[in-house]
Ligand binder design. Sequence first.
Ligand code: 5GP
Length: 113
Amino acid sequence: MIKTLFEKIAAREIPAQIVFEDDLVLAFRDINPAAPAHVLIVPKQPIPRIGEATADDQKLLGHLLLKAAEVAKQLDLKNGYRLVINNGADGGETVPHLHVHILGGRHLAWPPG
Ligand code: 5GP
């Protein structure tokens, strides 16, 4: 199977600033940050996008969200932060390996563009 970009980062084939890792998930700094703090957290076992997750992924998805909150705490985003999942072309998804954006360090406007 061809590895996704984020699998290559997990395998250390592509360098990234990794901020958290356990058996199931990996968190690393986004290469093109949209905020002072911009980290992506991904399941190591790829799911293309949230719209293709199944009931079998329930535990992993819960773990991913809980670890996203832990990473936000580790990043010291006391004033708040935003978790974002882009799904498909209209959602702005560019990498077909499910990832949660952790964004913070500035006030984030709503609604998004
Ligand atoms: P999406 O647009 O799919 O929601 O988010 C993909 C994110 O991956 C983008 O924010 C983009 O900057 C980031 N990204 C793309 N290629 C790389 C890379 O090689 N390394 C890192 N660290 N981030 C990447």
